[in-house]
Design a protein. Structure first.
Length: 173
């Protein structure tokens, strides 16, 4: 069975929204942490908003990771989208939990969730997240979408913690 891995850039106060604030901290160690995810996964699981942002940016990107992201399967959870234009994108709608469960049963490597706050919160509510890979940045933003909504409860097991030279903490739960 495929696992669902959530990867997030978070401020110290848990904000995950529009992580442009993470750019000054990017270095080879952060890049290495992200490359490890690439080796574990072969498809993306995205919410509507993140999908639309990615679909607008990645097809014309010159970033070294663009060919991989553009070619890999992208599963988009949405009950409002009716068509997906980005290469190799597939819609999961209706009973999204059942759709995600079917996807987990398919052959392949793990599924990677970038951003997608609403999707992540839904997955957490249904206990469908197998791993969190978090990069915690030494900034406090005070407002914005957070990884965990008030009232969310979870007991996680820390499997890895690295202090990176840029001040970022890489945590795996």
């Amino acid at each position: 069975m495929r696992r669902i891995i959530v990867t997030q850039f978070l401020s110290l106060d848990g904000v995950m929204e529009h992580p442009v604030w993470s750019a000054p901290y990017w270095n080879d160690e952060v890049s290495g942490f992200k490359v490890e995810e690439d080796e574990m996964t072969d498809a993306l699981l995205l919410g509507r908003v993140t999908y639309q942002e990615f679909a607008a940016a990645w097809p014309n990107s010159l970033d070294e990771g663009a060919p991989r992201i553009n070619s890999m399967p992208k599963y988009v959870v949405s009950n409002t989208l009716t068509s997906l234009e980005w290469n190799n994108s597939h819609l999961i709608s209706g009973d999204v939990i059942a759709g995600i469960e079917r996807l987990r049963q398919q052959d392949g490597k793990d599924l990677l969730v970038y951003g997608s706050a609403t999707l992540v919160q839904t997955l957490a509510k249904h206990d469908l997240i197998d791993m969190y890979r978090l990069l915690i940045y030494p900034v406090v933003l005070g407002q914005g979408k957070r990884l965990f909504q008030p009232g969310t409860k979870a007991t996680l097991h820390l499997t890895e913690a690295r202090a990176l030279s840029s001040g970022v903490a890489a945590l795996v739960y």
